[in-house]
Write a protein of this length. Structure first.
Lengths: 232, 223
């Protein structure tokens, strides 16, 4: 990912992308749209570019917009017919079929009750229809998806969620040095953590929440001090 | 043309002072201050649901008490401008909600409320066709033009004007006038306000850049 210093504002034409689009395939991500033959920004923030031809506008956002393939945390809200309604923090509630769990059959239904937390993948997302989730992969195995029991759940900004999920993110490694724990991070800005004791779990949640307030530039420094948050 | 004052008052803003909404801003222009908050896209009531666009809700709260007629008019003006600027087809079947809370009215509140709404939309990441800026100006008793007047300067005025412009083509989005004036004066004031709106757009850009400066630094470290 290359970071450019160009800040784009809504309505701004981005000639560099138009130029590139003439010679190769270009993918426009969030915050950019095509208007006839021009590329126009619809959000304010730094323009990002990833090779070969992906562009998007980065911005600090707290509302999740569902996208196919995203891994998210959702709360089961209700059961209606053969689907569960799941709150994923987007405009609409998502639906998940009771057959979308490992080893579920019509006879053997998964046992979910309202309030349960699930880690799921977005199967289907479009602005015009409600998003659909699954808790299995294409061969019917659950992998790491499914219901999350115990532990502690909290919300954060989408940026913090995405940052934790980056491959080279130093935060989780720094925490691992302090204690063993389990974590599930949803790109919808929701995090679930679980450590050996309740006290450790809460400390872990505090340490992660502390990153939210601090500027991202200080992350490396904070990671060194994460132990301090865990003590309190 | 006689221009008494052709500069805007000092603008200031702080992003995301509120924790529970999707984007918020505390904006001040001189001594006039407001807090704006946006939520969106969120779930919409069936009666307001539209399949080809999002529903826009705008609330303006005065400093104290319940909204009066004047506040409703201001609210409608903000809503009209937002409706033009919002890229509503990006999120059909949803609602965008904008809340503006007045903190202090020391003149030009109409224009400040519109600017506050724009900054809140920018920081909340709601899709816009363009950003917009509103400027207020008056003609005082001596027939001189005063741009972005303070409350003390508005006591004796012949006419007051509020214009809102878009950032792309500079089209007029809102015109609000009061009092008596000549058409030539109207045109002069429009030019004056248009020039001042460029400064506001520059302010938006610098504030957004400043806010994203933090994340910028990490991205560079990691690559």
């Amino acid at each position: 990912m290359s970071a450019t210093n160009t800040i784009v504002m809504p309505g701004e034409r981005i000639a560099a992308i138009e130029e590139l689009a003439k010679s190769k395939r270009v993918i426009l991500g969030p915050g950019l749209r095509r208007l006839d033959d021009t590329v126009v920004a619809s959000k304010a923030g730094p323009l990002r570019h990833k090779e070969p031809g992906t562009f998007w506008v980065d911005n600090y956002q707290r509302r999740y917009i569902p996208a196919r393939g995203d891994l998210i945390l959702g709360i089961v809200r209700a059961k209606s017919g053969d689907i569960y309604r799941v709150d994923i923090g987007a405009a609409d509630t998502a639906s998940i079929s009771y057959l979308a769990f490992e080893a579920a059959t019509k006879k053997n239904r998964p046992d979910l009750i309202p309030g349960d937390l699930i880690y799921a993948r977005v199967l289907n997302a479009s602005a015009d229809i409600e998003p659909e989730l699954v808790c299995v992969n294409s061969v019917g195995k659950r992998g790491k998806l499914g219901v999350l029991t115990e532990g502690f759940f909290f919300k954060c900004s989408l940026n913090l969620g995405r940052m934790l999920l980056r491959e080279n993110c130093p935060v989780l490694a720094a925490l691992t040095r302090e204690m063993p724990y389990e974590i599930a991070v949803g790109v919808n800005g929701r995090i679930w953590v679980k450590a050996h004791s309740l006290k450790e779990t809460v400390a872990l949640a505090n340490a992660i929440s502390a990153l939210e307030q601090s500027g991202c530039a200080e992350i490396d420094k904070i990671c060194g001090n994460l132990g301090d948050y865990l003590q309190t | 043309m006689d221009v008494e004052k052709e500069t805007l008052r000092q603008m200031n803003c702080e992003f995301n002072p509120l924790s529970r909404c999707d984007g918020s801003v505390m904006y001040s222009q001189g001594a006039t201050g407001l807090i704006g908050a946006v939520l969106g896209p969120i779930e919409v009531k069936t009666q307001n649901l539209s399949i080809d666009g999002s529903y826009l809700e705008c609330n303006y709260r005065p400093k104290a008490g319940l909204p009066q007629v004047i506040d409703r008019i201001r609210e409608a003006a903000i809503r009209d401008v937002l409706e033009l600027a919002l890229l509503s087809e990006a999120h059909p079947r949803s609602k965008m909600s904008v809340q503006i809370q007045e903190l202090e009215d020391r003149g030009s509140i109409d224009a400040c409320a519109v600017n506050c709404a724009c900054l809140a939309m920018l920081i909340g990441g709601l899709p816009l066709k363009y950003s917009f800026a509103a400027v207020h100006a008056i003609i005082n008793e001596q027939g001189e033009y005063v741009l972005d007047p303070d409350q003390s300067e508005t006591q004796h005025q012949r006419a007051s004007f509020t214009f809102a412009f878009d950032s792309v083509e500079g089209n007029l989005l809102l015109v609000k006038t009061k009092g008596s004036f000549k058409i030539a004066q109207f045109n002069d004031i429009e030019c004056l306000c248009r020039a001042a709106s460029a400064e506001i757009f520059q302010f938006y850009r610098s504030q957004v850049a400043k806010y994203h400066g933090r994340s910028e630094a990490t991205a560079k470290n990691e690559t």
